[in-house]
Structure formats: C-alpha cells, structure tokens
Design a protein. Structure first.
Length: 180
C-alpha cells in the first residue's frame, strides 16, 4: 500500500506545478464591434442586381380562402322552447348575457294554443264540479246510482288534471298565468 502511495505522489506533485506564463504581456485580446443590423454583408455582391428603391401603395386587405369559426368552448347554443314569429330581439351576436335575461320576444301559436287549452280546461272543470255537486245531492237523496256518482267524481278529477297540465304547458313555453 505504501508503494502505491509513493508512486502516485510524484504524479500529484507534477499536476500541481504551474508552468503557464500568466503575465499581462502574454495575454492578447481582440474586441470585435457589434454588427449594424441595417447593413448586410455578402460574400459575392456582384452576383446580386442593384435596383432603385421605390414606394407604392398596397391594399390593406388580403383576399384568402378560409373559414371563420366561433370558439366552441365559449359558445352556448340557445334554443326557443316554441316556434313562432320574432317580435323583439333584445340580445345580439357578441353581447354578454346573464342567466334569466330575456333574449327575444316571440309570438308563438304554441303558447296561444296552450292558453286556449287552459281556458277550455277551466270551463270543463267548472262544469265537472257542478255535475259532481249535483250527483252528490242526488246520491244523498237516493235518486242516483253509485256508479253515476263515481263517474262524476272521475270526470271532476280528469278536469283538474287537464287544468294542471295546461298550466304546466304555459309555464314551459314561458307564459305567465298572471297576465292572462
């Protein structure tokens, strides 16, 4: 082990010596100026034609083929619950809208039909309620069969369902029962 250490010692000592001359006279520097970006130098300028610089007007439009498409990640499609004639448009392409904001007013035959069905259902319900009261009076006086009373009750229940269905249809189409 000592023999290896003795052999390696001269190598480390030799590596530690400084034989390089670091005096100021031995170091030479050369500074190159930065090139001017407006000047271009080429190897063989004779190969290029020299022409006079001129000015001309260029159109500020560029006619190209392409497709303009909206950003689908920021687009929400709004559909009307009923078809009809557009009466008033309150939001335009590119407008920012809020939830619940009225975007357009549509005159729709679907809502008109739903309102007419509601009024008819109310009239049928009124008639069915009168018939049920009459049937109960007759039943209590033993002048009506039980099946006829049951039929009157069934008719009154169906009329009530028709009214509720018409109310829901009006609400779905955006109608207001308070404005009828």
């Amino acid at each position: 082990m000592l023999a290896l250490l003795a052999i390696g010692l001269p190598v480390f000592v030799a590596c530690g010596r400084q034989d390089v001359d670091t005096s100021a006279a031995a170091v030479t520097t050369h500074v190159e100026p930065a090139p001017d970006p407006a000047v271009v130098q080429v190897d063989h300028p004779e190969r290029f034609n020299v022409v006079r610089v001129g000015t001309r007007t260029m159109p500020n439009e560029l006619h190209v083929n392409g497709v303009v498409a909206p950003d689908v990640t920021r687009t929400v499609h709004v559909t009307s619950l009923a078809g009809g004639k557009l009466v008033d448009l309150r939001a335009h392409l590119g407008d920012e809208v809020q939830r619940g904001q009225v975007l357009m007013v549509i005159h729709t035959p679907d809502l008109s039909k739903a309102i007419a069905d509601y009024r008819k259902a109310l009239a049928d319900q009124t008639l069915a309620q009168k018939a049920l009261r009459r049937a109960r009076d007759l039943w209590e006086g033993h002048a009506l069969a039980e099946k006829d009373l049951q039929q009157a009750e069934n008719d009154a229940q169906k009329a009530a369902v028709d009214v509720q269905t018409a109310i829901e249809q009006i609400r779905i189409l955006g109608g207001d029962l308070n404005q009828l």
